[in-house]
Structures are given as C-alpha cells and as structure tokens.
Design a protein around this ligand. Structure first.
Ligand code: AMP
Ligand code: MG
Length: 527
C-alpha cells in the first residue's frame, strides 16, 4: 500500500528545513468569495506592527492538523516571527492582512464605529474541504484602534487560548486558537503587563456589529453585499428561500439560541455580550473576562467591570435576544422586497418579529434537551422542568459547584442505597443536606420511570457533564507561571481540557473544588 502523508509539502521535512513560505502563499492567495474581496468599504489592509523578540508560548497541534499544517512547524525557524505578524511587512500590498470595520451596541448603548482595533486577518487556509480564516489578535494599531494601543496582554491571551480550545472540546461552537506568541514588550493596563499575539481561527469573524455598521451608515448596497457573502459562504440554503435575507436572519437567530443553551448548560459566562462580540455563525467569540462558574449562582457576573450585572449568567439568554433584536433592525432595509412598497416596512417588521420569536422556542427546547441529558433522562415528562428548576434552586442556596454537582449525579443509583454515604459525592457539595436529600428522593422517583440501568445512564451522563472545565484559578496558575516564562502549565492544562469528559484520574487535582485563594480572583475587562 502506498503511504500518503496528509501534508505532503511539509510532513517529511526535518524541522530545520520547515518553512512558513507555503503558509504565506496559501494565506495570500486571492479567493473570489472571501470576506476580503468585499472591498475597501469593509476593511483596511495594513501590515502588523513589529513585535520585538517574539517567542512561542502556546501551540495547538490539533488546530494545526485542522489547518493541514505540520505540527512540527511550531519549532520551525521563523514561526514566532510569522505568527506575531512581523513578516507581513514583506507581503504584497494587495494581499496584506486586513482589519475590518464594524459598529455595535456596547452595554446597551449605541457605540458607533468600532472595528478590528487590534486584530488583523491574515487570510484563509483551506484543508479537507473546509476554509479557515486566521486572525492575529494583538498585532498592533489599526485605523479602528481609537484610543487603544492595538495590543493584547499575555494574561488575557492565555485565557482566550485555553478558553476557546476548552469550549470546543465541550462541544460548544467557538473560534479556535492555533498559537500564542509572547513578547517582552509591555503595555500599561491596570499595571504593566507583557504583550502577546494570539492566532485565532474560524470560518468567519463577522459579527452582528458588521451588519449594524452598514445599516447605521445608510449603506444598503454594502449591507446587501455582506448578507450575500454570508449566505453564499455560510448559509447557502437561504438562497432558495422566498426571502433569502429573512432566512439568513432566522438562521442566525437559531444558531445563537443553540449557543446560548450550550453556554447555560455548562455555566459559561461570556462577560461582554455586546453586539460587536456576537458571531454571524453562533460561535463563542471575543474571549475577554469570561468565566465558568464554580459554585452555582444564577446572578454570577464574571466581568468585574460589569457593575450593573447586565451580562450576568441569568441575563445571557435575554441579552442574546436583545442583540438579535438589534441585528433584526439592521436587517430591515433588506427585508420585505417582495411586498408592495407601501406595505414593505410594516410587513418586514412583522416578519422580523416572527423570526425573533423563534429564539425563545429554540433556546427553551435546546436548553431543556441539554438538561434532560445532564440528568440522564431518556424520556421527557411533565415534571422535568420543575425537577431541574428545583435542583438549580438548591444549588444556588448551597452555592454547590456547578460542574461537580452534575458530574457526580451520574453516581446516583435508581434504588436508594443501603448506605446513605453512597450519595456523599453529591450530598457533600451542599450545605443544606436535607434539601439535597429531598431532591435526590424526587430524582430517584423520576428515575424509576426510566428503563436504562444505572451503569448505562452513568456512562451517558459522563459524556455530557464534564469533569474538567477551565476554572478561573486553573487559568490563573497557568498565567502566573507563564509570566515567569514557564509555559509548561499552559500545555498541561490544555491537554487535560482536551478530554473534559474522561476521568483522567492522574489529573484529579484539576477537577477539584477551587482553592480558597480563588475566591478573591477578579477578572476585569482590561485585556
Ligand atoms: P472588546 O471589548 O475586546 O471586544 O473590544 C471592543 C472594541 O475595542 C473593539 O473595536 C476592539 O478592537 C477595540 N479594542 C479593545 N482593546 C483594544 C486595544 N488594546 N487597542 C485597540 N483597540 C482595542
Ligand atoms: Mg470585541
């Protein structure tokens, strides 16, 4: 049998001979239907700002493979220079990286023009029939930087590197991260911090705010070009609909609803759900002060700067709806074209409202399905929603650990155990043991009408309730070590989080309740 290496160009080369040239060539190749081809109303091309003495602080072999890159590339000479953007000064002018323009609502207020103030897209790589855009976050100032310095700090870049990969492995749609390039260059945030450039990867980085930008500036042709791009590249089924733009809006509503159900089901808080941080594709996008809850608190606010709690955990679904409402407003100039002109506006509004209503249904159904799976229930019954609600109530009252409560539920047997201590893994997470026992009684009564045996149910539950999540303190440990130039914890943690549903007994410490010092950690939105 002839052996066919997956990346024939690179796979057989010794590391010292690996070159980034084929990567540059692929990225700078013009592609007719790429975002970059939309033209100058959408973006500005410019090279990255040079970063002194860059070094590799993190690398995902898995994302490399996704892109068809040889994992050994990370050791190739020039890798760090390439992925902090230092070589882009030599790229042809027509194929320079680009920053895109968008606008948005931030914290409920129209913020006007924003844009990629510190992100530069390098272009796209195609592999295995998929196309991926590569974007450098923290690559220097752009025309959209406003007062910012165009940089990202190592701390927040590590959080995005680990967070995005961890969410991916939980099965949650997200941008990915190829590599993290560090530098000794510092910038001022609340204190002096070293900078980094993260290479993030996604089919598209288009945000709700892109649509808002062209609607607010009364540029209907550009708005239409953007929507046509979105349909052609990502939602081709919409092209055949009676109203393709309404179908596009509906598709975005649906993927956003599913995303929110997924966030809620793992206790993920985004932290800055502004319309410029919500993705056309329903991806988790722009990791800032995000956080996964330890002890359950529906009012959990992960962003220290969000004093009003606008983006608290329990608010996220309705904020998503609010953002979709803004998106729908931006879509209005495109909608209702088949109606008589005098009726167009009114009927377009009615259509958009009907599509928006789909959010509630889809979100509720998707979350209910997730919770059903988390409780290991194969059937649905009228009391299930109340059972879930009651569990969340007692978790809230006891501040029970979100991840471990669900994980340990798989150990609950359908029959009441002879020794009450068998329930200890769950009970011990509750201050109010009596409330826990009462709920476990109701849960067992519910399990009585299920046919699956304990072992099969436990196995299924352990595939939806992770044992390992990126707890804030785990990220903080990796950050503290990296700030001392030890990047090994980033790699170790990333490896554990790549298999969040596996027991991994050798890594049990990563699944433990947070240490006392974690209670004082606060995450500001400065990044
Ligand atoms: P974010 O809160 O990170 O989603 O950013 C909101 C807006 O501010 C976007 O337009 C960013 O590009 C821009 N921005 C954030 N930080 C910086 C920075 N350090 N330099 C330039 N622009 C930034
Ligand atoms: Mg943003």
């Amino acid at each position: 049998m002839p052996h066919t290496p997956s990346s024939p160009d690179l796979a057989r080369s010794p590391v010292s001979e690996l070159t980034l040239e084929p990567v540059r060539a692929a990225l700078t190749q013009p592609r007719a239907d790429a975002f970059a081809q939309l033209g100058p109303a959408f973006l500005t091309r410019l090279p990255a700002t040079p970063l002194p003495a860059p070094y590799v602080a993190g690398f995902s072999t898995e994302v490399a493979a996704l892109l068809g890159l040889d994992p050994a590339l990370a050791q190739a000479p020039g890798f760090a220079e390439f992925f902090c953007g230092n070589t882009t000064r030599e790229w042809p002018a027509s194929a320079l990286p680009y920053a895109s323009v968008y606008s948005g609502h931030q914290f409920g207020v129209w913020a006007g023009q924003l844009g990629d103030g510190r992100a530069l897209s390098l272009g796209e790589l195609a592999h295995d029939g998929q196309r991926h855009e590569l974007q450098l976050k923290g690559a220097g100032r752009t025309p959209y930087s406003r007062m910012g310095d165009g940089r990202a700090v190592l701390r927040s870049s590590i959080r995005e590197f680990l967070g995005s990969e961890a969410l991916h492995h939980l099965g949650i749609p997200t941008t990915r991260a190829l590599c993290l390039i560090g530098s000794d260059q510092t910038v001022w945030r609340e204190t002096q911090e070293s900078t980094a450039v993260l290479t993030r990867v996604a089919p598209s980085f288009v945000r709700f705010g892109h649509f808002e930008h062209f609607a607010a500036n009364d540029l209907p042709h550009a708005l239409r070009s953007l929507a046509d791009h979105a349909i052609a590249r990502f939602y081709p089924h919409c092209a055949a609909a009676d109203d393709p733009y309404l179908a596009l809006l509906e598709a975005i509503v649906q993927v956003t609803a599913v995303l929110l159900a997924q966030w809620q089901s793992v206790g993920f808080c985004h932290g800055v759900m502004n319309t410029d941080n919500l993705s056309l594709l329903g991806l988790t996008l722009d990791y800032g002060p995000f956080g996964l809850m330890d002890g359950f608190d529906a009012g959990f606010i992960c962003n220290h700067s969000d004093t009003q709690g606008r983006y608290a955990y329990r608010m996220q679904p309705q904020v998503a709806y609010w953002n979709l409402f803004r998106l729908a407003q931006a879509f209005l100039p495109l909608l209702g074209m088949s109606y008589p002109a005098v009726q167009r506006r009114e009927r377009a509004v009615a259509d958009a409202q009907a599509v928006l209503e789909g959010f509630r249904v889809r979100f509720t159904d998707a979350l209910a399905a997730r919770m059903q799976a988390k409780l290991g229930l194969e059937t649905t019954q009228p009391g299930d929603a109340a059972l879930v609600e009651r569990l969340l109530d007692i978790m809230q009252a006891s501040h029970a650990d979100f991840t471990l409560t669900f994980r340990h539920l798989s150990r609950i047997t359908r029959a009441a155990p002879v020794e009450a201590s068998a329930d200890a893994p769950v009970r011990d997470l509750f201050v109010d043991r009596a409330a826990c026992d009462a709920w476990l009684g109701a849960y067992r009564a519910r399990l009585a009408s299920e046919t699956r045996d304990d072992a099969a149910r436990a196995q299924a539950m352990n595939q939806v309730n992770p044992r390992y999540v990126l707890r804030n303190h785990l990220a903080q440990t990796a950050i503290s070590r990296a700030q001392e130039k030890d990047f090994s914890e980033i790699e170790r943690l990333a490896a554990v989080l790549r298999r969040p549903f596996d027991e991994q007994p050798e890594h049990a410490a990563y699944a433990a309740l947070p240490p006392v010092w974690a209670a004082t950690l606060s995450v500001s939105c400065s990044s």
